[in-house]
Design a protein around this ligand. Structure first.
Ligand code: COA
Length: 244
């Protein structure tokens, strides 16, 4: 009888807060990492290319500048989803349910070049519309806000013109997904103006389901009795945790 071989599955070590802070090597000599206070201005300038008057939400920009953005995320990485939920609950009870508290569950990644200049930015935030809809559907503000530890909204992603088509945006999206997966999120979603047609190719290529203009999707999979719908000139895109 031949030797029995057991197939070893390669285990990726869990992400640590330190890894998110120090970052990963990205394409074209970039480094992808959590935005630091000094990255805020350049990251905000890049965000303006994502649509009319789109900026990093002011309270989030302030949190980046004072080093508190994503603090609940940092507390959870390497420590497990429960630690993340506890850290978020603590910040919601300390700061109320407004933007300051929610900035602790926001993720802002930047890609910096060899001169340490930001050439890419990704911001993912609490799912504002979803929280609002949950409240309209009878959820208490606390329960509705708690959805922000299970669902995140991709608020914007941008790469400086001279650095495009080298895989930088795809790499930032991949890292954001890795962080959210580890924290136990079920869904990352977003929307874009339908006339920016190349974004369909971009999000599809990055593993997202892209809906037709004006179409929405149901949230039954996470037991919510409503869905999210795009405005008439908008396309939504989603990526669900496998088996959800
Ligand atoms: C959209 C954007 C972020 C993509 O950044 P990027 O770093 O150039 O994207 P990547 O190199 O990671 O692209 C990955 C894949 O997406 C697709 N893609 C990206 N840009 C594309 C384009 N302009 N046309 C068609 N497909 C495109 C391609 O399949 C690409 O892979 P390939 O180059 O091997 O063919 C960038 O074009 C940008 O900043 N645009 C302005 C801001 C914006 O519209 N943001 C999105 C709305 S929030």
């Amino acid at each position: 009888m031949g030797k029995r071989t057991t197939k070893k599955t390669k285990r990726t070590p869990p992400l640590s807060a330190e890894r998110l802070r120090s970052g990963w090597s990205g394409p074209a000599g970039t480094r992808i990492h959590l935005a630091r206070p000094g990255d805020a201005a350049a990251a905000d300038a890049l965000m303006t290319t994502t649509g009319d008057e789109v900026r990093i939400i002011p309270v989030l920009r302030e949190a980046i500048e004072n080093g508190t953005a994503g603090s609940a995320i940092l507390a959870g990485l390497g420590a497990g989803a429960e630690k993340f939920h506890n850290a978020a609950a603590r910040s919601f009870s300390e700061h109320g349910l407004g933007g300051e508290a929610l900035s602790t569950v926001c993720l802002v990644l930047v890609a910096t070049d060899e001169h340490d200049q930001a050439v890419g930015v990704l911001t993912a935030t609490a799912p504002g519309t979803l929280i609002q809809m949950a409240t309209t559907n009878g959820y208490t503000p606390q329960k509705a806000t708690a959805l922000s530890v299970f669902v995140a909204k991709l608020h914007g992603i941008a790469v400086a013109e001279h650095a495009r088509r080298q895989g930088i945006a795809a790499a930032m999206l991949k890292r954001a997904w890795q962080v959210y997966q580890q924290l136990g999120y079920f869904l990352l979603y977003g929307s874009y103006e339908a006339d920016r047609d190349h974004l369909r190719a971009f999000y599809t290529r990055c593993g997202y389901t892209v809906y037709a203009p004006g179409e929405g999707f149901s949230l039954e999979r996470i037991a919510l009795p409503f869905g999210l719908h795009a405005g008439p000139g908008e396309c939504m895109f989603t990526r669900w945790r496998p088996n959800h």
